[in-house]
Every structure is written in structure tokens, then in C-alpha cells.
Design a binder for this molecule. Sequence first.
Ligand code: FE2
Length: 324
Amino acid sequence: MLVIGIESSAHTFGVGIVSDGKVLANEKMMYDVGTHGIIPVKVAETHIKNSAAVIQSALDKAGIKISELEGVGYTKGPGIGPCLQVGQIAAKTIAKRLKLKIAPVNHAVAHAEITKREGGFKDPIILYVSGGNSQILKITDKPFRHYHILGETFDIGVGNMLDAFAREIKLKPAWGSTVAKLAMEGKYIEMPYTVKGMDFAFSGLLTYASELAGKAKNEDLCYSIQETSFAMLCEATERALLLTNSRELGVCGGVAQSNRLKEMLASVCKEHRMKFGFARNEYNADNGAMIAFVAERMLEKGSHQPLEKCDVQQRYRIDRAMVY
Ligand code: FE2
């Protein structure tokens, strides 16, 4: 089945095309967050401007005409309302014009499912770490087939925390990846560490590190905030793996692009002789291919929605989404 998937939950407008689980195209354009972070209306305006070009570029890359498409998927949530709406409208327009079935996809399910495929996992624990989310997940069949949240952040996602800290100390570009670069030269300063069972919290850590701005070296602050937050994720994830007798761990989401986080999680798994894996970076960043990948499976199982019921949900939690 030839399916197009549209992703627009945050600063990326992404379009993927898959056929029988194979990714034929994965194109995107991103809003430049500069030093001001995400301003929802501005991001949505940028998505509107870019949408036609990214869709065309994906069709060209896949070597198909729009009339050859057989199904449509889009990100229903979670995400930023005005941004989600741009993708939803684009997807509905294609579906209506071509009279195609349409599947609303949960963004977190898409990250987790493409990671399961890429990592060759059977029944893994998934650590999902992105800007807005930080969750420890496992598929369960009761009361319906869905991802159960074993643990999650009490306040902000680890990605947004690192991005906010980058803005706080005026790094350019103000991303967690810039924090990671400086961290390579840093030394450890003790910082607040908050893990409660399999849950964790990052806002105290952000406040503490931000208050040290200008009083300690930026390199040391970057190293310490990164090590502390990643150690919290590792402790909670290790507990989840052991309590559920799991033998496989996958990490996904924007922060899963961090080599340091992957190194730390790999060492946890090595200690317990567990399998560890992840998807390539293009699927950990926001992308349309993972949406198309899940949409194709949903459509094949008959899990589609009438156009008038295709909405967006800013807080569409993964445990509310049925997996096919
Ligand atoms: Fe994402």
C-alpha cells in the first residue's frame, strides 16, 4: 500500500512515503527556533508556507505521482495545536481530493514503532525522550493493545529542559545538542537529582543550573546538567527493565540522538546482558516517514477515521492510542 504521512507536531513539517513498510521518501523543512524558542503561531505560518513544497519533494523522491497514493496518515498529537492543525488540514485535503482512507497517528506510537522495527525488537521497554515528552513505555494487551506508561516526567520533557538551559546561558544555536558539545569539555558539579520509582522531574535541575549561570563555567554546567538528567533516565529505565523482567531496551525521540545518552543506556544493558537498540537519527528527529509507517499498518487493519472525525489533540497521550 502506498501511503503518505504528514508530521507537524512542533518545529518540523515532515512528509514521508512508505510502501509495504519500506520508506521511499522522508522529506522535511524546519522552523528556525533562533534564540527565542518555539512561537506556535509563527511555526504554524512557516509550516503553511512550506507544506506544498515538502509534499512535492517527497513525491519526487519516491518517484510517484500524487494520484498513485493509496492512503494518508497524519499526526493527531501530542504536539502544539496550531502546528498540528497545518498537517491535519494538508492530510485531509489530499484524502478528500483523492478519495483515500485516512489514519490519525499518535506521534509517540510512531517513534516507538519505527524504533521497534529498526532495532529488530520483539517486546522491548521503550524509553521515549523528546522535547515535550519523557516516558518509559511497554506494550500491553489490556484493556486494549496500547503502550502502557511505566514512568514519566512529573514536569517538563528532558529535551525542552536542555533547550531551555541552552537559551538561559545564551548558546547558539539554543539546542540540547549545543549543550552536549560544551559538555565534552566540562567537569562535574553536583546538581539536584529527582527520581521517584520510575518517574522523574527536571524543573528543579533546570532552575539550579540556571542560577549558576555566570558563576560557574558553561562547560561544567552543560556537563553536569546533562550527566545528572541522563543518569536519572537511566536509573528509572533500569528499574523498569528489572521489574518487568524485560530483556530488550529501545530508546527513541529527539534526545535519543544524543551519543552520551545512548552510551549510558548501553552500559546499563551490558551490565544485565540485555539487548539495546535505537533507530537511525532521521527517525528520532520528527519525521513524516514514521507517521506513514504506522498509518499504513493502521489502514491495512481497517483502523481509519471518517474525514469529519479527523481532529488534533495537543495532549494525545500514548496510553490513549490503540496500536492497530
Ligand atoms: Fe518527535
